[in-house]
Design a protein around this ligand. Structure first.
Ligand code: NDP
Ligand code: MG
Length: 382
């Protein structure tokens, strides 16, 4: 089936895999955006001939413009360019594979223009889930999950009534430091935290996976995507990452979605739902994947998960602030400006520091995000 797609964050881990899926499916890639990686974007332009390519970094955009002046692609710069791409109504689906809350406005613009959104950018739902899901309903567009756990839940819900769902069970690999105590985590360097046992991903989500913050963000993402209260969502550690998540029904049946840990599967399903096609992804070999095991997450050491659940229960701007504090803390950790344990403390202290209400606009969300980042910078760097 012919489809027209734009990819926000085309040079990232999800973005590059999305291009592979589009190529295999024969979809037309209308526009691509990234931050500064103009060299990779030049290659992507030559391969996919998009109408537009955007870099938010001005200098990089200028370099790209010169590099591709022999092509028909128009190069734009800045966040305005990203919003222009997201708002183009002449397309089927916008894939949002941006990193962080920077993805919120583009998601909103895409939906407002009547586009379907295939969403990898979980921070969008964590920070502004209420606005996004209301807008999806109002505009009657599709919001399909790319995050593997949410794709799994989405797949396990097919053909069943949502009123018969007892609970969602999100699986977590546990990350590279599962089993460690808080004191053992103290000296962890970014090189260690950047090694994920099962998935190859961008730096921010890899750090989040090591602290279990990623699982906390996914908990909140699941609440919005599937209209579930926090009481009906559980997290279980499953180190092999073969079962990507489960849905338990009132009759005791548990549906699980399994597969090789390969993001190409959820990316493709987010674009082809309700249909399935051959995929370039690896296939699961049950006889070589070993024993499947399940354990309780250690939320006393990996406090980010418990803090996310608390923020989810408090509601309003709390998840946004917690996400903003984490984004800032991860960025500082990646620059060697704070220690590993500060990642946990930044999230907890942001939750304790702010007294927050509800929100009704993107601006309010972004303002709360800004304050959370400022709080973390002021508290943790001197
Ligand atoms: P990457 O860091 O690999 O890629 C991020 C992309 O967004 C790059 O194209 C980058 O451009 C661009 N970008 C980053 N910051 C900005 C900004 N401020 N403005 C505009 N563009 C920006 O991330 P991932 O692909 O790993 O993750 C993307 C999203 O998907 C995240 O929300 C993550 O949580 C989610 N996700 C990722 C999974 C994975 O397997 N990687 C799995 C499930 C969810 P440039 O390259 O030029 O910097
Ligand atoms: Mg995930």
């Amino acid at each position: 089936m012919e489809k027209i797609i734009s990819i926000l964050g085309s040079t990232g881990s999800i973005g590059t895999q999305s291009l592979t899926v589009c190529k295999k499916m024969g979809y037309r890639v209308k526009a691509i955006t990234a931050h500064s990686n103009w060299k990779l974007m030049e290659e992507q332009i030559r391969q996919f001939n998009p109408e537009k390519a955007v870099l938010t970094d001005m200098e990089a955009a200028q370099k790209l413009k010169e590099a591709v002046s022999d092509t028909a692609t128009t190069v734009l710069s800045g966040m305005d360019g990203v919003l222009e791409v997201a708002s183009d109504p002449q397309q089927d689906t916008v894939i949002n594979a941006l990193m962080g809350v920077a993805g919120l406005k583009p998601t909103v613009c895409a939906i407002e223009a009547g586009n379907n959104v295939a969403l990898a950018n979980k921070e969008t739902l964590v920070a502004g889930g209420k606005l996004v899901t209301e807008l999806v309903k109002k505009k009657g567009v599709l919001l399909t999950p790319i995050d593997s756990e949410h794709s799994a839940i989405f797949q396990c819900l097919q053909g069943n009534e949502s009123k018969s769902v007892k609970r969602l069970i999100i699986t977590a690999s546990g990350g590279p430091f599962y089993g460690k105590t808080r004191s053992e985590l103290a000296g962890i360097k970014k090189e260690q935290a950047l090694k994920h046992p099962n998935w190859s991903m961008g730096a921010k989500i890899t750090i989040d996976s090591s602290t279990l913050m990623n699982k906390g963000l996914e908990f909140i993402e699941a609440m919005w995507l599937f209209s579930m209260p926090p009481e009906k969502i559980d997290v279980v550690v499953h180190p092999q990452s073969i079962i990507h998540s489960m849905v338990e029904y009132v009759d005791g049946s548990v549906m699980a979605q399994m597969g090789a840990p390969d993001m190409m599967i959820p990316i493709q399903y987010a674009l082809t739902w309700p249909h399935r096609y051959e995929s370039p992804a690896k296939h699961l070999d049950l006889l070589s994947c070993g024993d499947l095991t399940f354990k309780k997450p250690d939320t006393e050491t990996f406090t980010c998960l418990a803090d996310c659940i608390e923020a989810a229960k408090r509601g309003g701007l709390y998840p946004c602030v917690l996400n903003g504090a984490n984004e800032e803390a991860v960025s500082l950790f990646l620059q060697d400006k704070i220690g590993y344990l500060d990642l946990f403390d930044a999230v907890r202290q942001a939750l304790d520091h702010f007294d927050l209400g509800d929100y009704n606009s993107v601006e309010e969300v972004l303002e709360a995000d800004r304050k959370a980042r400022e709080f973390v910078r002021e508290t943790f760097t001197r």
